[in-house]
Design a protein around this ligand. Structure first.
Ligand code: HEM
Length: 196
């Protein structure tokens, strides 16, 4: 690796570390949300699981639709975005015999107006995959591995995180750190507000 390449990697790591620190409290509040705590509880049954998935549909859809809108607004390559996970969530709901909530009542998406904001938002979308692996492991214990859980178990954090950091690297010169923090925190709040 050349000095320049090492310098870029250090900058990528430093920005990711900053986002992790600045959103630690937001993550703590979210993963302590009563609904998400119930997901991890040993007594979870299939119907409660379906109810929680139903509540998670709108926030997940909203995050993904916002990132897609920002990508378009900024003229970024849509091919670099990871596959959305809300269709997996819809599939799990259908397999559990539950309806998929309508997303048409969302008038305003969080459309990023700068690359920094976009990267901060995408950090939350891709980071959420990491926790899903832990949730999937717990669900296999409580509900058994035959329960529909593709949203959690097909989260594929590693390749998607790699792709995200490559995009971050390519946008690095245009990223304002404060905009990235704002983008990430707003996305956490948007998810939490919609989790009912
Ligand atoms: C019960 C639900 C959740 C649990 C137990 C959980 C747990 C975790 C854990 C253990 C990590 C660290 C994984 C690692 O470093 O490999 C993580 C990372 C992360 N999670 Fe969650 N999570 C949950 C829900 C969410 C949700 C709903 C979101 C976003 C909407 C989210 C956003 C993130 C982000 C952005 C990171 C990346 C942190 C980083 O590497 O910088 N999580 N989560």
């Amino acid at each position: 690796m050349t000095h320049t390449e090492t310098g870029i990697m250090n900058e990528v790591d430093s920005l990711l570390q900053c986002l992790r620190q600045q959103t630690r409290q937001d993550h703590h509040e979210l993963d302590h949300h009563p609904l998400l705590q119930r997901l991890l509880a040993p007594g979870l049954d299939r119907d409660s699981y379906a109810g929680i998935l139903h509540a998670m549909y709108q926030p997940q859809w909203y995050m993904e639709a916002s990132v897609e809108a920002g990508c378009q607004q900024l003229g970024l390559d849509p091919g670099r975005l990871s596959d959305a996970r809300s269709p997996l969530l819809a599939r799990d709901l259908a397999a559990l015999g539950w309806p998929v909530p309508s997303s048409s009542d969302e008038a305003h998406l969080l459309t990023a107006s700068s690359p920094g904001m976009f990267i901060g938002q995408r950090y939350v979308v891709e980071g959420a995959r990491k926790g899903s692996i832990i949730v999937a492991r717990q669900l296999r214990q409580t509900l058994g591995s035959a329960a529909p859980m593709s949203y959690f178990s097909h989260a594929d954090p590693e390749p998607n995180w790699r792709e995200f950091t490559r995009q971050l690297e390519s946008l690095l010169p245009t990223i304002d750190r404060n905009a990235a923090i704002t983008g990430a925190r707003d996305m956490f709040h948007a998810f939490q507000c919609r989790l009912m």
